[in-house]
Ligand binder design. Sequence first.
Ligand code: NDP
Ligand code: OXD
Length: 313
Amino acid sequence: MSLLVAIRGWSPDPWVARFRAAAAPRPVIDAREAFDPAAIRYAAVWKPEPGQLARLPNLRAIFNLGAGVDALLGDRTLPDVPLCRIVNPDLTARMTEYVVLQCLMHLRQVEAYRRLQARARWEPIDQPAATEVRVGIMGMGVLGRDSAEVLRRIGFRVAGWSRAPKTVPGVDSFAGEAELGAFLARTDILVVLLPLTPETRGILNGGLFARLARDGVLGGPILINAGRGDLQVDAHILAALEDGTLKAASLDVFETEPLPAASPLWKHPKVILTPHVAADSTPEALVEVVLANIALHEREGRLNDMVDRQTGY
Ligand code: NDP
Ligand code: OXD
């Protein structure tokens, strides 16, 4: 009943240590060491080597250690066993912190005041109220809904866009391609919390930016993307910032990660950039969640937070 821990891109050590401490006496195998593939029943993974999971003949389920499963589903050899993702209050709260922080950075003109501070200038700028600003959230799943609720409580006028309509008190719902135009036309700050799927790849492009509201109190539309880098076309963001189609952007994710040092996004005065840290997965919050899901599977033959491979999220 061994559990394989296969992690790339994050440090595997704290995950392996915590899984070993919490799962004992169940053997926990570190994928960097030699092991018997036939002994593995479960795998807890983040961006494992493509093909690695296909070599486990007795694998019963895969636990992705993040919310987004696009990297795993990109492995054409991924075994046809149940795939679970992270749905957890710690991860959700971290993402909501990021989204609310970025919305407030733009609302309260923090970058402009930083520039004035650097010149020791005491120059108050007109300050719109949150109630005058329309936030639109693309992706009203676990993360989008929580951000929507907190932004609404702060006073923003919030709408969400998803595949199916949603009922969230005080939040307007738009769904599907047919309602995308109306959603964008009422949006001053566009927050993106979509998964990366064949339908959403490249959705954040010049054509979409041009459909955002241009009559808002912030003086131009703002993009906040914390979903996935391949949702966006980096070059289109740069062009839109240059020609004023976008006023500013907060970007946590990029087409290529790490973002190459030569990217003009790094030093762009209208971009607030973070290195894919909007909502970190931590072993402290998540190891016990995965182990509880394994216990549920062994006890009752079912799993929480399963991914639908048809939709890709
Ligand atoms: P969920 O699966 O809970 O929600 C996804 C949402 O996107 C749903 O509302 C879904 O609509 C909507 N959606 C999917 N495809 C489409 C489409 N084609 N058109 C319209 N709406 C669509 O995901 P989470 O909220 O848990 O996470 C969202 C994403 O956030 C992850 O996939 C990951 O990429 C990213 N993420 C980024 C992190 C970071 O640190 N930057 C950390 C964690 C996650 P419906 O509800 O109708 O099905
Ligand atoms: C996730 C991520 O999907 O960290 O959880 O990007």
